[in-house]
Design a protein around this ligand. Structure first.
Ligand code: NAD
Ligand code: TYD
Length: 350
């Protein structure tokens, strides 16, 4: 079996590549990645010489290249993660998100359709999406697989649109598609623009921790390896044309999460209790900021027997340890262009 994983050099993708090499030892795993600022081959150093692993540098929006690739390799399955993934960047550059997330997904769907024509028996196109497509919840309630889409950011709108195209290719062309929508991931190898790795990096460097608005926004957090395991399970046992919500059963208000992070960091860095909390700085809010995301993951739990394997406190501790032990990785990804991104994003918030 030949499995194409797109975006495999990114945060979640690198864990999916590792999980698939382990769980599908007779499959050939192809990682297609453009290596944008968020893609990093360092994330896959431990598997780069694996006999079943192949890296292809390329852009999912390049139709000619993608069609030729699919003609040449004839993938049996696609696990599609490649995307622009950061909400704040989508606010400053929405067109980049439409291009990669919508057009790129369509290019892949077309290539897959054309390469298998009417004979898609045993094939699968698995699209990795987010709970943000459902918009925001109030103080109560959970997103289920039947919650209406109501995206509020350019990022979530582009992901919602790509989900719709995946669904449409399933209905119109009979493509064997499956979608999962997951809550916020955290863990090793996450680019330090997202809340947890950004704040870990800032605590190490004694820099302010910019909490948006009043900090009373709620997210459901899942350890990235548990997401990768859920993806492997859905790939193996999920049903075509179905959607599966994946979540951590683990809601945190941002401010409470940041305090937990500060406490663990103080302990691990040997700093007096309360040191990191002093870095908390409330800054101007994100426009269109969704109040609360929370996933009802009972379908994947009941139908496929999946549940998270670690508590948040354990997962966070593993994550912090990884960043503390991989300061070179952190230094490399925060040099150069990152400095401009950081300066412009956080200048706007003062
Ligand atoms: P990421 O930004 O860390 O990685 C994205 C990867 O895609 C990078 O390696 C990048 O180089 C690659 N890429 C971007 N544009 C490309 C293009 N045009 N062609 C080929 N490769 C390209 O993202 P992530 O956090 O790992 O998210 C992966 C997927 O999971 C995304 O589709 C995202 O929407 C979804 N998701 C993420 C989360 C989360 O909390 N991070 C939660 C739910 C769903
Ligand atoms: P983020 O990690 O960007 O994920 P998402 O927006 O996809 O949920 O942000 C998580 C939460 O943390 C979100 O409510 C925004 C907030 N946040 C801050 O308060 N400060 C920051 O610097 C960042 C990046 C996020």
């Amino acid at each position: 079996m030949k499995i194409l994983i797109t975006g495999g050099a990114g945060f979640i993708g690198c864990h999916v590549v590792r999980e698939f090499l382990q769980q599908f030892p007779s499959a050939q795993i192809y990682n297609l990645d453009k290596l944008t600022y968020a893609g990093n081959l360092e994330n896959l150093r431990d598997v780069e010489h694996h006999p079943n692993y192949h890296f292809i540098k390329g852009d999912i929006c390049d139709e000619v290249f993608i069609n030729e690739l699919f003609e040449e390799v004839r993938f049996d399955a696609v696990i599609h993660l490649a995307a622009e993934s950061h909400v704040d960047r989508s606010i400053t550059d929405p067109l980049a998100f439409a291009k990669t997330n919508i057009l790129g997904t369509m290019v892949l769907l077309n290539a897959f359709k054309n390469s298998w024509k009417d004979n898609s028996e045993g094939k699968r196109f698995y699209h990795i999406s987010t709970d943000e497509v459902y918009g925001t919840l109030g103080e109560t309630g959970l997103f289920t697989e039947t919650t209406s889409y109501a995206p509020n950011s350019p990022y979530s709108a582009s992901k919602a649109s790509s989900d719709h195209f995946v669904r449409a290719y399933g209905e119109t062309y009979g493509l064997p598609v499956v979608i999962s929508n997951c809550s916020n991931n955290y863990g090793q190898h996450q680019f330090p623009e997202k809340l947890i790795p950004l704040f870990i990096n800032n605590i190490i460097e004694n820099k302010p921790l910019p909490v948006y608005g009043d900090g009373n926004y709620t997210r459901d957090w899942l350890y990235v390896v548990d997401h990768a395991k859920a993806i492997a399970l859905i790939f193996k046992e999920g049903k075509n044309k179905e959607t599966y919500n994946i979540g951590g059963f683990n809601e945190w208000k941002n401010i409470d999460l940041v305090k937990e992070l500060c406490q663990q960091m103080d302990e691990k860095l040997g700093r007096p209790k309360g040191t990191s909390e002093k870095l908390i700085t409330f800054v101007k809010d994100r426009p269109g900021h969704d109040l609360r995301y929370a996933i009802d993951a009972s379908k994947i739990n009941k139908e496929l027997g999946w549940k998270p394997s670690v508590t948040f406190e354990e997962g966070l501790s593993i994550t912090i340890d990884w960043y503390l032990n991989n300061k070179d990785w952190l230094r490399n990804v925060t040099s150069g262009e990152y400095q401009n991104y950081y300066a412009s994003t956080y200048k706007f918030r003062t």
